[in-house]
Design a protein around this ligand. Structure first.
Ligand code: ZN
Length: 270
């Protein structure tokens, strides 16, 4: 079974000490592989740091950039593109808008910027707030990126053919059959191989809803059927109890030699 860890919202305001507090213990293990969804030009207003929209490039956090580059060289992390600035426009999230030209340019610029800054290659997109418009999906495909996220599947966005209908039914049935274990969430533990891109659903780390036993139950169910589980967290919400729960859970998985920690690109390239 493949197990992926995705940490979101790494950006200019991620303090190195906070990042280390959450991940040092894990990154020191031999099998550590961490997928980081990075915002290249974070909007500080989006995260309630300023009152006005103010974009800050990742490069202004020099010590974090140096540390991330070291981790990339050691093959401990993979960088995923998490939007451009994560800015919401009224009730619309950054990639829920429908201006395709602007979305195309944003993805191209953001990808080029991060690849150059961190000296790495990026092949995967993580939509802010897990929301994509039809035009955003087209812009992602035209930039030749795969998607590591769960977002509502609609034929209006993805197009309709028999293969996609089959994906829809399989995802629907898996979610319904495992309703209790998933507590009503939609989730499908296999890669969806669309004609122009691939996508893997993710499962949010929600300690208030899923305790240690719930997480293990879900993991072993997916292990039994040879699926993939991508667990997503936000470094800024991992404090004390939640961090301890995550640590205990990950340590339990590491002990199991049939569970392999993976980078997203490895899973998509298989
Ligand atoms: Zn985010």
């Amino acid at each position: 079974m493949d197990f992926l860890l995705r940490d979101d919202d790494i950006c200019f305001f991620t303090k190195l000490e906070d990042f280390k507090k959450v991940w040092s213990w894990f990154l020191e293990t031999d099998c550590a592989k961490l997928n980081l969804a990075v915002i290249p030009f974070v909007d500080l207003k989006e995260f309630n740091i300023t009152e006005e929209v103010r974009l800050k490039p990742l490069e202004e956090n020099k010590e974090l950039v140096i540390y991330l580059k070291k981790l990339i060289k050691k093959k401990k992390i993979e960088i995923l593109l998490h939007g451009y600035s994560h800015t919401s426009f009224g009730k619309k999230f950054e990639f829920s808008i429908t201006d395709k030209e602007s979305l195309l340019k944003k993805i191209k610029k953001a990808k080029f910027y991060l690849e150059n800054l961190l000296e790495t290659k990026i092949s995967i997109f993580v939509p802010p707030h897990n929301r994509l418009s039809k035009e955003a999906l087209e812009a992602i495909k035209e930039n030749k990126l795969d998607i590591l996220a769960s977002f509502p599947m609609s034929f209006f966005k993805i197009g309709f053919n028999l293969k996609y209908f089959y994906f829809f039914i399989k995802r629907f049935l898996f979610s319904k059959i495992n309703y209790n274990c998933l507590k009503g969430f939609y989730f499908y533990p296999y890669i969806l191989n669309f004609d122009s891109h691939k996508q893997l659903d993710c499962f949010n780390f929600l300690p208030n809803l899923f305790d240690f036993q719930d997480l293990l139950r879900l993991t072993y169910k997916i292990k039994k059927i040879g699926g993939s589980l991508c667990l997503t967290v936000h470094w800024w919400e991992l404090k004390e109890m939640n961090l301890e729960l995550l640590k205990t859970f990950i340590c339990k998985l590491i002990e199991d030699n049939q569970i392999m920690l993976k980078f997203a690109s490895e899973v998509f390239d298989d």
